[in-house]
Design a protein around this ligand. Structure first.
Ligand code: TYD
Length: 210
């Protein structure tokens, strides 16, 4: 089973994916946690290029190809072998981030992005997408607070306009609406433990049904 976590910046999905990872491990499930961009030695090098705030001249076309290159490496080197070995694979962001950020956010052609994504992943799609939804202003406020208080990373996407992040969120909601059986949409303004409980219920129901 392949489960991905998606959401606008500051939605708390990284916290939630770690909590789920620990929980499944404690329950005795074989589980692997990956993240994007990065998750492999090569992918981490690509991540550094993508996130460097000095890279202001990066073309949107270069950006999507770099995210896709990182993903191709992760899928081939890690995710497919883990799934084949019977692990549950959790991934902090995946292809839907590209559609949301580069497609809806940067307004690149969605059909082209889908072709590139299919090529990069060999068509591997998540069984379940946990989407943590948060209003843009609240997400950005949390993100800035984490950066200022805890030294959390501030990357090229964080520099983007509020309108960009609004398009990203609207894109996610549209994708979720189109394929409701694959998406689990949760209100990320709820307390962490309430959200985690809902995620566990959803995942266990699918594991038991599988
Ligand atoms: P990251 O530091 O992993 O933050 P987060 O905790 O929000 O996941 O940064 C990833 C950033 O890269 C985030 O702003 C979303 C963006 N991104 C894309 O634009 N396209 C993609 O395909 C992926 C995977 C991420």
């Amino acid at each position: 089973m392949f489960i991905t976590f998606e959401g606008p910046d500051g939605s708390g999905k990284t916290t939630q994916v770690h909590l789920l990872y620990r929980y499944l491990k404690e329950q005795g499930y074989p589980v692997y946690l990956a993240r994007e961009p990065g998750g492999t030695r090569i992918g981490d090098q690509i991540r550094a290029v993508l996130h460097d705030v000095r890279n202001v001249e990066m073309r949107p076309e270069a950006e999507i190809l770099l995210y896709s290159a990182s993903r191709a490496q992760l899928v081939g080197q890690v995710i497919r072998p883990r799934l084949a070995a019977g692990d549950i694979v959790l991934c902090d962001r995946y292809a839907e981030s590209t559609l949301a950020y580069q497609g809806y956010g940067r307004q690149l052609d969605l059909a082209t992005l889908q072709i590139i994504t299919r090529f990069a992943t060999g068509g591997l799609r998540p069984d379940l997408i946990i989407y943590l939804d948060i209003p843009v202003e609240e997400g950005l406020r949390r993100r800035l607070a984490a950066h200022q208080q805890d030294g959390a990373e501030w990357n090229r996407m964080d520099q983007e306009t509020v309108d960009f992040h609004r398009r990203v969120r609207a894109g996610y909601l549209q994708m979720a609406q189109t394929e409701p059986e694959r998406w689990c949409v949760l209100d990320a303004s709820q307390p962490v433990d309430v959200i985690q409980q809902r995620i566990r219920e959803e995942v266990l129901a699918r594991l038991e049904g599988a």
